[in-house]
Structures are given as C-alpha cells and as structure tokens.
Ligand binder design. Structure first.
Ligand code: ZN
Length: 893
C-alpha cells in the first residue's frame, strides 16, 4: 500500500512543481522573536523572577499581596508599565544600581488598558533591578484571577475554598505582572491560609510554618521560566488520592469525601505521563503534578503547570453514578490538559494569535492518547464526526482563520473557540496523516527540543516538521491556518474513465465566496480492477489533478476522513459510492453522510439524496455513525419545530431508531462492549426526545423506582432517564426532581437534577425553572444559572420564554459570570431561533448593548439564524414529501 502511495504522488509531481511557483500568496508568519512578538507592554523592561506572597481572608474575601520582581532593563527609561486590574497598590519601590532604595514617586493605574505605570523621578538605568509592590485586592466568585468557591460537605456543612484562573489575562487581577505569554519568568509563591487548609501551587511545598490565630504560612519551590497565565494557587480542605508515574508524584485533590472518585483520573495519569515522555522526547520537567477537582467555580479545566484545575464534573468518576460516556470524557480531558504540560507550558505560543498551537495540538494529542489506550472506543471515528460540526461552523463567511490578529484581552478571550480547538486539531491530524506518524513525531520532538522553556509561532512548528520530512511544510500548510474556511473537492467524471479533481471554497451563506485555494492532501481508495487500491495526492491550489478510475467504481476521496475538506462527487461517481456505503470504514461513512447533508443544505444536491443515504444506513449500529446521521436528522427535526410536517417526521425517525434500540434493550448484557453502553444511552435519549411512548413509559417506571432507591438505576441509564422524565414532567414529577436537586449536597448530582428539570416542555414548569435561577441556592453556582436558562431555551424548546426572562433579569443573572458569559449569554440564546426577525433583533441588540469586540461572534450567530431560516423554507417541503413516501415504508417494516 505504501508503494502505491509513492507512485500516486509521483504522478502529480508535475502539478506540484507548478504550484510552488504560482501559489505564493500564503506568507507564513515569521519564527519566534521576543522583540517582534505582538503585545501591549514595552519590551525594554523584562521580568526574570517573581517572589509573590498572597494572603486571602476566607471571611472577608479580601486579600493582601506583596511581590518582589527581578527585572532586566534594556534601555534607559523613566517609566515602567506592567499589567494590573482591580488591585489597590499601597507601596512601590525600585532599588537603584548602588543597592540603595528609591521610592517610586508616582503610581498610576489605567483600568481601561489594565496597566499600572510607575513613573520615576530620575532615569532607570539599563541593567538588573528589583521592584517591590505591596497591594490589596478582592476575591471574586467568578473564575477570574483569585476566586472563592462555596460548597457543601457530604454532611451538608457549608465550606469555602480558593482557586485561581489566570488564562488568558487574569493573572493581573491577583498580582501586578507582565501578563503577556512571551514574558517568561520564574515564580516563587508564598501564601497564608487557615491551618485546616491544604495549599497547592505549581511546585512542591518548600516550607510550611504555623502562625498564630489558626493560620499557617506555606512557601513553594520556584517554578521554571513560564508564562504568567500558568500560575496557580488553590487552597482548601482537600483530600488527596496519590500515585506516581515516571518518577513524578501524582495527586488528585478533592474536597471532603471524594478522593476515591479520583481513582480513575489517576489511572489515566499513570498511563499517559510515560506515553507523553516518550512521544515528545522531552521528560515532564517538574517533580510533581496535581489534578485539583473544584466543585463548581468554573467550567472545563486549566493546564496550570504542575497544578491542573478541573471542574470536578469532568475529573471525578463514581462507578455508581458516572456513565461510560463520562469515563471517556475524563480520559480525554485529562489527556488534553496533560498534553499542555508540554504544548503550552514547556513551549508556549508567543502571542494569542497562535493560541491554536496550544489548543489544537492538545486536542489532537488527547484523541491520539485516548485512541492508543482504548482502541475499543473508536475515538477517531467520533473525532471525525465532531469534525463535521466544525466544517459546518467554518462554512460561514463570518468564520476566521485559525491564526487571527489579537489586540486586547477581550479578543484573547474570544480566541478560545471551535476554530482554534477543533479546526486546529483536524488540521494537525490531516498533516500527521500526510507526513506519516513516525515522521510527524520526529518533527514534534525536534520542535519540543528547540523551543523548550521558550516560546514559538506556527512558523516554528512548520519549520520543525519541514526539517523532519524534507517537505516545504510552511508553503503547504500555511494556507490552512492563515486563510478562513476550507475547500470542497469537486470530482468530475472524465468521459472514457478517469476523474478530474478541482477545488473551491465551500460556503453556506453566500453562493460566491471570495476565491481561496489550499494545497489539499487528498487520500483516496477505489475499487480498481483486481481489488481495492489506495493512494494520496496533493491537490494544488487552483490547478486540477487527475486520478485513474474505471467508470462505475466506488471512489472514496477522503479515505479515513482525515482531510479537512468536503467532497462533491458528480452524480455518476456518487451513485456507486452511495450504493456501497456499508462497505466503507465508519470514518468514511461519516464523511459521506456529513458531506451529503452539507451539500444538500447549500442546495448543491437534493435533500432526498441525503435522506436516501441516511435511510440506507438504518441497520448501521456503529455509535459514531449513528451520532453523525442522527445529528443531521435531528437538525431537520429542529427546523420542523412548529411546522405541520413535524409529527410525521418524528414518526419516521422513531421508526428508524426504535429497531436499532430493540436489538440492545434497556439492560446491559453481561460482558457486552462499552460501545453498546454508549449507543444504548444515546438511543434512549434520542427516542425519548422524539416522543416514543414505550421509551417514555419505561423511563417513568424506572424513575419511580429510582426516587425510592437510587441504586436501582445503572450509571449509564441515569442521564437519559432523568432527561426524559424531566422533558415530559407534570407538576408532581417536576417537584420530585426539584426535591432531589435541593436535597443532595453533591455538586455534580445537583447540576444533573437541575439540568433534567430545565428540559420540561410544559411552559408553566419552564417558567418555574427560570424563576429558580434567581434563588439564593443557585447564587453560589453561577455557571449553573446560565446552563438552566439555556436548558429551557434549547432542551425545553422554549426560547422565547428563556430570552425574555434573561433580558428582564440580566443584571442579577450576570452578576457573578465571567467576562465572556457576560457578553455572550444573551446572544447564545438567540441560537435557538431560526427566523429572520430574531436575526434582526439580535443584530440590533448587539449594536446597542455589546462592545465592538463582540461583533464577529454576533455576525456568526446572525448568519446561522438566517441560514436556518432560508433552509427551513427551502427544504422542508421536500423533506415532508420524502417522508410521506418513506415514512409509510418505515412503519411497514
Ligand atoms: Zn486546552
């Protein structure tokens, strides 16, 4: 097979040679240089080490800080500017060159620029100096800088812990600093906390001393040089589940009563740390790595070097209540954050415009590690199904390149989107496939060795991969990170045999997007005379390429589905492929289904082509294929909301999914694979959402038993059962769910029960859920507030109710949210609509209420709503006609 690929590549060398001369529009960004890295702060004063002391008071939620920063001044200056936000500076001083102390005469904070400027009476001379700043600040409940989380012990006792979240630009809220990633320095932290607290930072504790008044001082070892956004400080009454791997001390830290639930995450760490040491070719450099499970406070996880913070929802595993899907999420998230210990922490993107180097890479690595250790999960099939969503998102002309200019903190925060993460991941996977696993790994090892303890740009990555492979990677790859969007590869049948391939940008919201071209690594298989063959070629820019093929052959032009492109086959080429869809690999089936739905959505093929193809796979029990097919069909179900054809469409879908579910049943067979467990939960949830009476009745029966005895429901069935019961709840059932939510002290269970009741379809109950978001019991879990309102809008299908409630109470609801949620919580609710009136309303709302930085995200949502409105008008009559014919066939089967 390898030889075949070489031959196929040789055949298009002529075209590639041409391309190298003509396709010079993509100018790869330069390699890392500190002086030319973008940023707001002058580069003539550079911190080299911080000694930082922070004393937070759990009662007053105020803190006192002091820092001693060693700086290197490279040009004479009368001012020093660094970042600071919301702190009160009480003293600042700088030593002079002769060892004396010079008091700083003037300190000026600029809240808009988030800076602190120190102006000196005489010029600060080049050389090394020491800066001392004393200050105070407030501990917030939102996860920016130093924050507090209130939680309940298993006995229901209220407690508090401290945590930090610095990325992207909130370290400046805990201490004045050069808060830009290229300013790497060492950090030594000291804190004062109650005796009962355990304090955790990036490095091990160097010293701990008892103080009076029930307090203690904790001093940590200095860190290696690192970016300010990686500083971590957590303190609380923690328990530790301990382990070790590759000579590194590992702990999962939890609040009281939960350490046993850290066992699964520990088993993941013990596997992947040695795996990463080997993959990256550079050993994890710190003596310890802690995983800190925070009960609320923030969503997701943060890769602070040596002390990763997680919302406990995605790190703790309780065999009694956590599902198989939760286990896979934990593996993936732990792998993602641990990959950052190299990609992000050891080697850091120079500036936020290269955030994808951190996030795309960690996302890709997490799937790679998950797949390596759990082949039975078919991780890469699920990854390509998720990629299809990103292709969809990247099809709007409002999308942006993976690398985009970032000027201020708001833009840095907005860069954490699906293009940075998942498109970045998909592009890396495409080039790993193109170069081959071994060559790609050699390039990554070269990159890690060259850039460790320093910074990098995308050019450094392409350079290392180019050196490892001998290919002009900057030229080949730059178009994928510097241009918005992606291509559709058009396959035209050549009369008498052969296939001509061309490309154009694929767009949903305009018939003629700005022309862009990519160098597309195309991998293909086809049923040639004498057996299947496969190969690869690089489809160059605006020039076509040709492939040998016999008429009637099934030609898969994204074999393995590793390419970030769509394929449109001419009808003569599509028919044989569609007829043999079940012979393709799951990844390729997902690609064909996803491409056909996308092509139907933009009117390039009739919607019946997609519905026929999806119907053809009705016996397919692959969980990833099911999620791809059902996802598209459920999107149509969403467009049918309030339309006359919905009942028939849902009946058809039930007719497709019910037989699939019947082969599995409600209860697990002994020894069945984990794929069945995932598929079963998914199908129960899907049939429940479609109103399947038998599934709803059985869910209610099982819930009644669950209310009496929570051990009656296996972990994998709790989520879908609660979801169905909540969706079709009457008042007594709603009250039962609410009682469960209020009674449990466990944060994760609480969020789960509240989530179930937010899906209630009954408008009276939906209103009750909305009212709950203002109650004091939810005030301490601010992220749950947003989830509940979104649950009413999307799951409960009451977007008007949710939106008007949110707008009416936005001051209270947004009080403790982070910056991004404050801007985007309301626009996100508009995503539940598919009519032009709401698109207009959102545009007007944003203009009057949101900062200009929000404009790209708003434009994206507005174009999505408009596209959905147009799609509804265009395809629903065809869908309804198709269902009228095939729905009958389905029920007759
Ligand atoms: Zn990440």
């Amino acid at each position: 097979m390898k030889a075949k690929i070489v031959l196929e590549k040789a055949r298009i060398v002529g075209a590639l040679g041409l391309l190298l001369c003509t396709f010079g529009t993509a100018h790869a960004q330069a390699k890392f240089s500190f002086a030319t890295t973008p940023g707001q702060l002058p580069k003539t004063v550079v911190p080299t080490s911080y000694k930082l002391s922070v004393w937070p008071n759990p009662k007053t939620l105020a803190f006192i800080g002091t820092e001693l920063v060693s700086i290197n001044v490279t040009a004479p200056t009368k001012t020093i500017t660094l970042n600071e936000l919301g702190l009160v500076v009480t003293h600042a001083s700088l030593d002079d060159d002769k060892g004396g102390v010079q008091i700083v005469p003037m300190v000026k904070a600029d809240d808009k620029a988030q800076t602190l400027t120190l102006t000196f009476s005489k010029t600060v001379t080049p050389g090394k100096h020491r800066l001392v700043i004393n200050y105070s600040g407030k501990v917030g409940l939102q996860s920016q800088g130093l924050f507090a989380v209130k939680y309940l012990t298993p006995a229901g006792k209220p407690k508090l812990m401290f945590g930090t979240q610095m990325e992207p630009t909130d370290a400046r809220r805990m201490f004045p600093c050069w808060d830009e990633p290229a300013f790497k320095a060492t950090y030594q932290l000291r804190t004062i906390v109650p005796q009962s607290f355990m304090a955790v930072s990036n490095t091990p504790i160097k010293r701990e001393d008892s103080l009076h008044n029930g307090l203690k001082q904790v001093i940590f070892a200095p860190t290696p040089p690192m970016a300010s956004y990686l500083v971590v400080l957590c303190a609380g009454e923690f328990e530790a589940y301990t382990g070790q791997a590759a000579g590194v001390k590992l702990r999962v830290l939890t609040t009281e009563g939960k350490k046993a639930q850290g066992a699964y995450a520990m088993s993941v760490m013990e596997k992947i740390l040695p795996y990463y040491n080997q993959y990256f070719g550079v050993k994890y450099p710190l003596p310890k790595l802690d995983l800190i499970a925070i009960p609320g406070g923030f969503q997701g996880a943060m890769e602070n070097w040596g002390g990763i913070t997680y919302n406990e929802n995605i790190i703790l595993f309780d065999p009694k209540t956590s599902s198989e899907a939760a286990k896979r999420t934990i593996f993936n998230v732990v792998s993602h954050e641990t990959a950052h210990q190299w990609s992000g922490d050891l080697v850091t993107m120079a500036w936020w415009d290269n955030l994808w180097l951190n996030e795309g890479f960690a996302s890709w690595m997490a799937d790679k590690a998950s797949d390596h250790f759990n082949p039975e999960w078919h991780v890469l099939d699920h990854a390509v199904a998720q990629k299809d969503d990103i292709l969809e998102s990247d099809s709007y002309t409002t999308t942006h390149p993976i690398q985009q200019a970032v000027g201020d903190p708001a833009q840095a925060a907005a860069a954490f989107d699906e293009i940075t993460y998942q498109k970045g991941e998909a592009v890396i996977r495409m080039f790993e496939d193109y170069l081959g696993e071994g060559t790609f790994q050699a390039g990554i090892q070269r990159y890690m060795r060259a850039r460790k303890y320093s910074s990098s740009t995308t050019a450094d990555l392409w350079d290392a991969l180019g050196q490892a492979s001998g290919k002009p990677m900057a030229l080949i790859a730059a178009g994928w990170t510097e241009q918005p969007g992606f291509p559709v590869v058009l396959a035209h049948a050549v009369p008498g045999g052969g296939v001509l391939l061309t490309q154009e940008r694929f767009a949903i919201d305009t018939p003629s997007p700005k022309p862009e071209f990519w160098q597309v690594p195309v991998t293909f298989t086809h049923q040639a005379v004498g057996g299947p063959t496969s190969g690869g070629l690089l489809l160059p820019g605006d020039k076509p390429a040709t492939l040998a093929a016999q008429p009637g052959e099934a030609l898969d032009l994204n074999a393995g589905n590793r390419g970030f492109y769509r394929v449109q086959h001419a009808p003569a080429l599509f028919a044989p492929l569609a007829a043999q869809v079940e012979t393709l690999t799951p990844s390729s089936r997902i690609g064909l289904l996803g491409d056909t739905w996308a092509l139907a959505k933009v009117g390039r093929v009739p919607v019946a082509s997609f519905l026929d193809l999806a119907d053809h796979t009705r016996n397919d029990t692959d969980p990833a294929v099911n999620s791809q097919t059902f996802g598209s069909l459920y999107e149509i179900n969403g467009l049918e909301r309030g339309q006359p054809g919905r009942a028939a469409f849902q009946a058809y879908l039930r007719g497709v999914q019910a037989p699939r579910f019947a082969t599995l049943g409600w209860d697990a067979e002994p020894g069945e694979g984990s794929g069945n467990a995932v598929l079963r939960s998914t199908l129960i949830g899907e049939l429940g959402a479609l109103g399947d009476p038998a599934v709803i009745a059985e869910a209610r029966r099982r819930f009644a038993a669950y209310v009496k005895d929570q051990s009656t429901l296996p972990a994998n069935l709790i989520g879908p059962t609660l979801g169905i019961v909540g969706r079709y709840a009457d008042q007594p059932t709603y009250n039962q769910l609410l009682t469960l939510a209020q009674a449990t002290p466990d944060y994760r269970q609480k969020v789960r029960f509240y989530g179930a009741l937010s899906g209630a379809q009954n408008p009276t109950l939906a209103q009750q859920t909305l009212n709950l978001t203002l109650s004091p019991q939810l005030a301490t879990i601010p992220q749950a507030v947003i989830q509940l309102v979104a649950g009413v809008a999307f799951g409960g299908e009451q977007p008007d109710l949710a939106l008007s409630f949110f707008r009416q109470h936005q001051a209270a609801l947004l009080a403790n949210q982070d910056a991004l949620s404050r801007v985007f919580a309301i626009p996100a609710l508009y995503g539940a609509f598919s009519d032009n009136a709401h698109a207009d309303e959102l545009a007007a709302y944003a203009k009057a209420n949101l900062p200009p930085d929000a404009a790209p995200q708003i434009a994206k949502t507005v174009s999505r709503i408009r596209a959905a409105a147009a799609l509804k008008t265009r395809i629903l009559p065809d869908v309804d006609r198709w269902v009228a014919v095939h729905g009958k066939t389905a029920s007759a089967r």
